[in-house]
Design a protein around this ligand. Structure first.
Ligand SMILES: NC(=O)c1ccc[n+]([C@@H]2O[C@H](COP(=O)([O-])OP(=O)(O)OC[C@H]3O[C@@H](n4cnc5c(N)ncnc54)[C@H](O)[C@@H]3O)[C@@H](O)[C@H]2O)c1
Length: 327
């Protein structure tokens, strides 16, 4: 399948590498208003560098599109892909706010959008195995999910300023995981933290603890921090009436080194999302190609993207107004 990528930044480069590595896909075109960024990707992974998204979407050779532009452009590019009748894998979050998503839904009426959202963590082999154990009934009835997701260090302030805030930018992955594991969320209680004096003037939280409850009373609790001295901390537990499943951090090697000062010391965690979720991004792209060929659903879907965004907005309200928000 011949793919085009819109946006050649951090995540655009990840997807370009996945396209290059996948024997079923070829990179045909990459767009970025900073043409040098697009050129550096095509020099490495193939295809033609162009300046505008339209040149990718309307390129007759391009069969499917990966949207990796900044979030404010996602809705218009999803619409343009649907108008061109081309499947699209769109990065998270789907938009900066739910009003934009509602407008997008209206504009998509009468079209046949084939859109998958880039919630890559669903494709992580460890989390997928945990989900499989849960779906197979091995844990009994799921009562509590706990997700720990901490970044090694905060992004630049300029990034935070346009990110939409921690809930839409960072926790959105965890909101999707919560829905993936316990289904639709009925209420959200969030505590926002401002613990890093360097980020005090951003107006955003640098840590958060969010508890969501589904219609049957099962909970999913997310613990986030923008700064974690021990590295990119990604753990997950599902606790049920008959058992539990726990996903530890993934380490570069399995070696344990014991000395007079340490027992069973191991490598530090995989560096950041590019390394920790490399396999997940590759599997996500393969799933998208499979969906584009009609072999599976476009899942996670636009509706999943919209639902995670609604939870992010509810969490923001909850943390600002110190109250539980029902959905
Ligand atoms: N799934 C994940 O793990 C993950 C990780 C990082 C970022 N993201 C998401 O991916 C998107 C991009 O983030 P990033 O970190 O790669 O940002 P980035 O700033 O590194 O890259 C964005 C690129 O898009 C280009 N661009 C700007 N306007 C454009 C337009 N109209 N059309 C095409 N390209 C345009 C910029 O020049 C830049 O090169 C965001 O929505 C972000 O939330 C997802």
């Amino acid at each position: 399948m011949k793919l085009g990528i819109i946006g050649a930044g951090r995540i655009g480069q990840v997807h370009a590498r996945s396209v290059w590595q996948n024997p079923d896909t070829t990179l045909v075109a990459v767009s970025d208003p900073h043409i040098e960024a697009a050129q550096s990707v095509t020099a490495r992974y193939g295809g033609t560098a162009v300046a505008t998204a339209e040149e990718v979407i309307n390129n007759p050779e391009v069969e499917a599109i990966v949207i990796c532009s900044p979030t404010p452009f996602h809705a218009e590019q999803i619409l343009a892909a649907a108008k061109a009748n081309k499947p699209a894998l769109c990065e998270k979050p789907i938009a900066m706010d739910s009003a934009t998503v509602e407008q997008l839904y209206r504009e998509l009426e009468g079209l046949n959008p084939r859109v998958m959202m880039g919630f890559n963590r669903r494709f992580d082999p460890s989390f997928a195995a945990a989900k499989q154990a849960s779906d197979a009934g091995k844990l009994g009835k799921v009562e509590q999910v706990t997700i720990i997701s901490r970044d090694p260090a905060a992004p630049p302030k300029e990034y935070i300023a346009v990110s939409g805030g921690i809930f839409k930018d960072m926790t959105i992955h965890d909101f999707d995981m919560a829905r993936f594991l316990i289904g639709d969320i009925a209420s959200v209680s969030a505590v926002g933290q401002n613990l890093d004096p360097d980020l005090a003037d951003t107006g955003d939280f640098d840590g958060a603890v969010i508890t969501m409850v589904n219609t049957e009373g099962a909970s999913a609790t997310v613990v986030n921090s923008r700064h974690c001295a021990t590295g990119y901390d990604q753990r997950l537990e599902i606790f049920g009436t008959q058992g539990s499943v726990f996903c530890e951090n993934v380490l570069p090697t399995t070696a344990h080194i014991s000395t007079a000062n340490h027992s069973r010391a191991q490598d530090t965690y995989l560096d950041f999302f590019l390394d920790r979720y490399a396999q997940a991004y590759a599997l996500e792209l393969a799933a998208f190609v499979s969906a584009a060929r009609g072999e599976r659903d476009f899942s996670p879907s636009i509706a999943d993207g919209a639902a995670a965004l609604r939870i992010a907005e509810a969490a923001e309200t909850s943390a600002r107004e110190l109250r539980t928000v029902t959905l």
